[in-house]
Design a protein around this ligand. Structure first.
Ligand code: 6R9
Length: 669
C-alpha cells in the first residue's frame, strides 16, 4: 500500500507508522504528481525523460518543490563545453524562506532540528518557529554590523542549531556563507578567510567532542592577525569558558537577544551564490567551490527526498559535520527544504562507547541513518552487543557516503544494524556536484541492492566512462575508465571563487562537453556503477578529501627539508592513510625522532590532525622521470607494500633510488 503521509497530521502519522507500510516508489509518485500528463511507468522511463529533457524535468521539479518570489522564465541555459551554467533564469528566491518560513506557516511547532549534543541524553529539540526566530535575529544582527548582499561570512562553529541558523541567516540577507570545518588549524582558517575576504567570522568559545573540549576561539585568534577583511567576530557560548575578547569581538547570543525576530528576506536571483565551500584539489591551494541558490536548492531537496525516501514525520540522522558538503546538503538544506526533522550530531561514534550511534537511533527514533564507511569499519571491530542492545526498529533507510564502502562494512551495516530489512544506499557524489549523483535508490520497487556499489544514476545524471585516449567506453562488458557526467544538473558548483579558469580547466577541459569527476569508475555487465577511487592526487582519509600537494607544501616549509612526496596507502579503518617520503637537505644533523615530531606538528598546525602522515620515510632522492616528474605510481606501490610489483621503471632518471626506497620502507615496517 502506498500512502501520502503529507496529508496526515503529524500525531496521526506517529500513531500509524508501524501499521502502514511504506512504498519505495515514492520518488515515482512524486514525479507523477509533478508531471500528470506523462504516461511513464518504469524507473528507466522516468530516468530517460530526466536526462533527455532536463529542461522540462528540472523545470517541473523546481516549480513544484520551491517557493519562488518571482517565477523563472527558462529552466536552463547550459554549455558543458564552456563550463557556463544558468538554471531557472530570472527566477527570484530566498533559501531561508524555503527552509523555514514555508513550514512555519503550516506547522510552526514541528521539530526542525534535534541537537544531539556530546553527552548522551542531553539533546535539544528546536521547532520551526524557534529556528525562524533565531535565524531572523542573526540576520538582523548581521545587517546591523553592515553585512551586505554578496558579502562572505565565515563560520567556524560546532555542529549546533546556532550554526544552522547562521547559515540560513546569511541566505536571508543575501550574504554568502563559508563554513570552515571546526577541526581545521589556524593556518587553514587564515588561508580560506583570506581567499574569500570574509567580513565577519562566527565561532564559539569551545567545541565539545568525545568528552573533550576544543579551543575554537583560541584557534581563531591565532588566525585573525592574518585576516584583515574580518571586521567583527561573534562568539557563541558553547561551554561558557573564559576566552579573550577584543573590542570587535562580541558574544553572539547576547547580541541576538536584542534583535527583532523578523527580518525581511532578500529576493535573490536564482544564480546568486548561496555558499562557498573549500575542498582539496590536486594542487596545494584548496578550491572555494561556489554553489548557486535556485539550482542547489532544487537538487538538495529533490535528492534528499528521493534517495532516502524521506517523508514528513521521519527523523533524518545524518551524522556528518556541517563543515563538509554532506553536512550542507543532508544535515541542513535537504531535510529543511522537505520540512523534515534533522539530527545535528555533535559527538563521535565511540563516545561514551561504540554503541553511541545505535543508542542515539533508539532514543531519537531515527528513520534514516546516513554515515561514513570509516566509522562503520571502526565500529565493526567491537562486539555485536553494542548494536544489538538498542532498538533499531525505527530505521528504514541506511546511507553511506564519502568513500567506497567495502563489502565487509556494507554487510555489517546492512545485516546487523539494519537487520537486513532496511534499504542501504551507498551514495556517490562530491562537493562539486552539490548532491547525490549515484545511488541504488530511487529505483524500481524491490529492485536489487548489491553490497558496496552506488549502482544507479540519480534522475538527471548520465554517467559516462572514458578510456585513456579520450574515447567513450561503450558495450555491455566490464568497463573501467574515467568517470564523467554528460548532462548538466542544477546542483553543480558554478565556479571556483576568484578563479573561473581553474574551474573550467579542472572540470570541463579534460573531456570536452562533459563534467570530469576526478574519480575512476567501473560499470559491470548489468550496468551497475562502482567507484574505483580518485584518478588525481587527492586522497581520502577518514572520508576527508586531502590533496597530497597540500601536505607536501607544509612539509617543504621545514628548513631542513629539500623535497617531499606524499601518497595515500590502503588503511584498514581510515580508508587511506598518509605516507610521506621526505628528502632532507645535506648536512642536516637534527635527530630523526625530533625531526619526525616537528614534521608531524607542522602538518597538524598547517592543515589539521587528520592530515598528519601515518608514516614518514626519509630518503636521499625521489624516483623521477628524466623530465623531472615524480613517479608517484612507484611511491604508491611501495607505501602499499607492493614493492614486488613496481612495473616499468626504465624511464627513471636514476633507477637506483628505488632500491634504497624499498629497503628503507621494509626497515620501517
Ligand atoms: C560527498 C563527498 C568527494 C569524493 C569523491 C570520491 C569520494 C564520495 C563515495 C566516494 C566511493 C562513494 N566518494 N562518496 N567514493 N563511493 N559512495 O564525500 O564529497 O568531500 O567532496 O568528496 O569522495 O572520490 O570524488 P567530497
Amino acid at each position: 500500500m502506498s500512502i501520502n503521509k503529507g496529508t496526515l497530521t503529524l500525531a496521526r502519522y506517529f500513531d500509524s507508522r508501524f501499521v502502514l507500510s511504506r512504498s519505495v516508489s515514492t520518488a515515482h509518485g512524486t514525479l507523477k504528481q509533478i508531471f500528470p500528463d506523462k504516461k511513464l511507468t518504469s524507473h528507466a522511463d522516468w530516468h530517460k525523460f530526466s536526462v533527455e529533457q532536463p529542461e522540462e524535468f528540472w523545470g517541473g521539479v523546481a516549480r513544484s518543490s520551491l517557493k519562488w518570489m518571482v517565477p523563472f522564465q527558462k529552466a536552463m541555459n547550459c554549455d558543458m563545453k564552456k563550463g557556463q551554467f544558468e538554471w531557472f533564469q530570472n527566477g527570484k528566491i530566498n533559501a531561508s524562506v524555503n527552509c523555514i518560513d514555508r513550514h512555519v506557516e503550516v506547522d510552526p511547532e514541528r521539530i526542525a532540528l534535534i541537537w544531539e549534543k556530546d553527552e548522551p541524553g542531553t539533546e535539544e529539540k528546536i521547532t520551526y518557529r524557534s529556528l525562524f526566530q533565531m535565524t531572523n535575529q542573526i540576520a538582523n544582527l548581521l545587517r546591523r554590523h553592515n553585512v551586505k548582499k554578496g558579502d562572505v561570512v565565515a563560520l567556524y562553529m560546532p555542529v549546533s542549531p546556532l550554526a544552522v541558523a547562521s547559515m540560513l541567516a546569511c541566505s536571508r540577507i543575501g550574504a554568502i556563507h563559508n563554513v570552515i570545518f571546526a577541526g581545521f588549524s589556524a593556518d587553514a582558517i587564515a588561508t580560506r578567510v583570506q581567499d574569500c575576504n570574509a567580513v565577519v567570522l562566527i565561532t564559539a568559545d569551545e567545541g565539545v567532542r568525545g568528552g573533550k573540549t576544543i579551543p575554537l576561539k583560541q584557534t581563531v585568534d591565532k588566525a585573525l592577525g592574518r585576516c584583515p577583511s574580518v571586521k567583527n567576530v561573534f562568539v557563541m557560548r558553547r561551554t561558557g569558558a573564559e576566552v579573550p575578547m577584543a573590542t570587535n569581538h562580541f558574544y553572539f547570543q547576547d547580541l541576538m537577544e536584542q534583535e527583532k525576530s523578523e527580518c525581511a528576506p532578500e529576493s535573490m536571483q536564482s544564480e546568486d551564490s548561496l555558499f562557498l565551500l573549500y575542498t582539496s584539489g590536486s594542487t596545494g591551494k584548496p578550491k572555494g567551490l561556489v554553489h548557486s541558490t535556485g539550482g542547489y536548492l532544487t537538487y538538495a531537496g529533490f535528492t534528499h527526498k528521493t534517495a532516502f525516501n524521506y517523508q514528513v514525520g521521519d527523523i533524518f540522522g545524518c551524522v556528518a559535520d556541517i563543515g563538509w558538503v554532506t553536512g550542507h546538503t543532508y544535515v541542513v538544506y535537504g531535510p529543511l527544504l522537505n520540512g523534515g526533522a534533522s539530527v545535528l550530531f555533535e559527538s563521535t561514534p565511540t563516545y561514551p562507547d561504540p554503541g553511541r550511534y545505535w543508542e542515539t537511533v533508539e532514543r531519537l527514533k531515527i528513520s534514516q541513518f546516513y554515515g561514513a564507511p570509516t566509522a562503520i569499519r571502526l565500529l565493526l571491530r567491537y562486539e555485536e552487543s553494542f548494536v544489538n542492545k538498542y532498538d533499531r526498529s525505527s530505521l528504514q533507510t541506511l546511507g553511506s557516503v564519502g568513500e567506497p564502502i567495502n563489502v565487509e562494512a556494507w554487510e555489517w551495516f546492512n545485516d546487523l544494524v539494519g537487520e537486513g530489512r532496511c534499504d542501504l544506499v551507498d551514495t556517490w557524489w562530491q562537493s562539486e556536484t552539490g548532491g547525490i549523483c549515484l545511488t541504488p535508490r530511487p529505483s524500481e520497487e524491490e529492485a536489487e541492492i548489491l553490497p558496496g556499489k552506488p549502482m544507479r544514476p540519480m534522475f538527471g545524471i548520465e554517467p559516462t566512462l572514458f578510456d585513456e585516449k579520450g574515447n567513450v567506453l561503450t558495450g555491455k562488458g566490464d568497463l573501467n575508465g574515467s568517470l564523467c557526467l554528460k548532462t548538466p544538473w542544477p546542483g553543480m558548483a558554478r565556479t571556483i571563487f576568484g578563479d573561473h579558469e581553474r574551474y573550467v580547466n579542472t572540470y570541463f577541459k579534460p573531456y570536452p562537453g562533459y563534467f570530469f569527476t576526478g574519480d575512476g569508475g567501473h560499470r559491470d555487465p548489468k550496468g551497475y556503477w562502482q567507484i574505483t577511487g580518485r584518478m588525481d592526487d587527492v586522497i581520502n582519509v577518514t572520508g576527508h578529501r586531502l590533496g597530497t600537494a597540500e601536505v607536501e607544501d607544509v612539509l617543504d616549509e621545514h628548513h631542513d627539508v629539500a623535497e617531499a612526496a606524499v601518497v595515500g596507502f590502503p588503511h584498514p579503518i581510515k580508508g587511506e592513510g598518509v605516507y610521506a617520503y621526505v628528502v632532507l637537505k645535506e648536512h642536516v644533523d637534527t635527530e630523526r625522532e625530533v625531526m619526525l615530531g616537528q614534521l608531524r606538528e607542522m602538518v597538524k598546525k598547517g592543515i589539521s590532525g587528520f592530515a598528519v602522515p601515518d608514516h614518514i620515510q626519509f630518503c636521499s632522492g625521489l624516483p623521477k622521470t628524466r623530465s623531472g616528474k615524480i613517479m608517484r605510481r612507484i611511491l604508491r606501490q611501495v607505501a602499499a607494500n607492493n614493492q614486488d610489483n613496481l612495473g616499468d621503471i626504465s624511464t627513471l632518471a636514476d633507477p637506483g633510488v628505488v632500491d634504497e626506497i624499498v629497503k628503507n620502507h621494509e626497515e620501517l615496517q
